[in-house]
Design a protein around this ligand. Structure first.
Ligand code: NAD
Length: 298
């Protein structure tokens, strides 16, 4: 069993750390929010007074933070505290370029680092069924694997440093674009006199079939578990989709990729988040499309 430092015990990190404790690992945790610490303590995490104290005596460090800037800040504070050779696993969703730069910082200081962002949301974090997308050297991947398997149902080695973030950003760009496509199709169907159920029954078994339609369906009814049935309570919040599409936009610009729908989806979800959708499920974008359509018709 390992001793693991866990920094960032929020919506995702909290349950991930709890699963490591439940599997028998010793977890030394830190977060800047006292309520997150209380929660973690109740789940068996050894709560310490700062990030450096969490790292003392740990052979692994997991960070689950909001942004690249936070990952840089926390990682820098740990360089003096960690034992040589410590493996740093960053599971936050951040820029590909930031992920590569964080690893370079670690390697230059005598440590090992991998990017291992996740999909599966808070439910997957609690159930231990997250999908991990990993960018790592083979040896570092092998060290991380038994730990990631505790928190995840699927662990994919995507390539070298930054490849995990690359996979995460590409996947979520597909998701953002496809949710807008599905939502526009439902509103068009409504205007054409189709019932939502009829469109669902056809598209879910035809070439329009995708996760945004069959699992996270933006209209209430056809998929009882989708957030549309509970007034768009997330689920996957609009703020997070706007953030991930912002990362995709950066990557599109940095790589000179001639995408048109990715930047448009980023703009649509930024506006959605800024105009009241930040805390709603991202499938709530359909309500904006309906409202805008009503204005056009008026
Ligand atoms: P969160 O805001 O709930 O948790 C992040 C935690 O980091 C917070 O508790 C915050 O206090 C803590 N933190 C910030 N700065 C710190 C510092 N200097 N030292 C210690 N702790 C610090 O966010 P989350 O929903 O848990 O998401 C974490 C990451 O996972 C994000 O990058 C997000 O994009 C990604 N992600 C989230 C989901 C989801 O459904 N929530 C799904 C997949 C990926």
């Amino acid at each position: 069993m390992a001793t693991i430092a866990f920094i960032g015990l929020g919506n995702m990190g909290g349950p991930m750390a709890a699963n490591l404790v439940a599997a028998g690992h010793t977890v030394r945790g830190f977060d800047v929010v006292p309520a997150a610490l209380d929660h973690a303590r109740a789940n068996g995490v050894i709560v310490v007074e700062n990030a450096a104290a969490a790292v003392a005596g740990s052979e692994l460090v997991i960070t689950m933070l909001q942004s690249g800037a936070q990952v840089f800040e926390v990682t820098r504070t740990l360089l003096a505290a960690a034992a040589p050779g410590t493996l740093f696993i960053d599971s936050s969703t951040i820029d590909v370029a930031d992920a590569i730069a964080v690893r370079e910082l670690l390697v230059a200081a005598g440590f090992r680092g991998i990017d291992a962002p996740v999909s599966g949301g808070v439910g997957g974090a609690a159930a231990g069924t997250l999908t991990f997308m990993v960018g790592a050297e083979q040896a570092d991947f092998a060290t991380a694997m038994p730990i990631l398997e505790v928190m995840g149902g699927r662990v994919v080695h995507c390539g070298g440093s930054g490849a995990g973030q690359a996979a995460k950003i590409c996947n979520n760009m597909i998701l953002g674009i496809s949710m807008i496509a599905v939502s526009e199709a439902f509103v068009l169907g409504e205007k054409l006199g189709l019932t939502n159920q009829a469109l669902f029954d056809v598209a879910s078994a035809a070439s329009g079939q995708c996760w945004a339609l069959t699992t996270n369906c933006p209209v209430p009814g056809p998929v009882p578990a989708s957030p549309a049935n509970r007034d768009y309570q997330p689920g996957f919040a609009g703020a997070l989709m706007a953030k991930d599409l912002g990362l995709a936009l950066n990557a599109l610009e940095q790589t000179g990729t001639a995408a048109e729908l990715g930047p448009l989806a980023a703009k649509i979800y930024r506006r959605f988040a800024d105009e009241g959708g930040a805390g709603r499920d991202f499938s709530g974008i359909i309500t904006v499309i309906r409202e805008n359509s009503a204005k056009v018709s008026a």
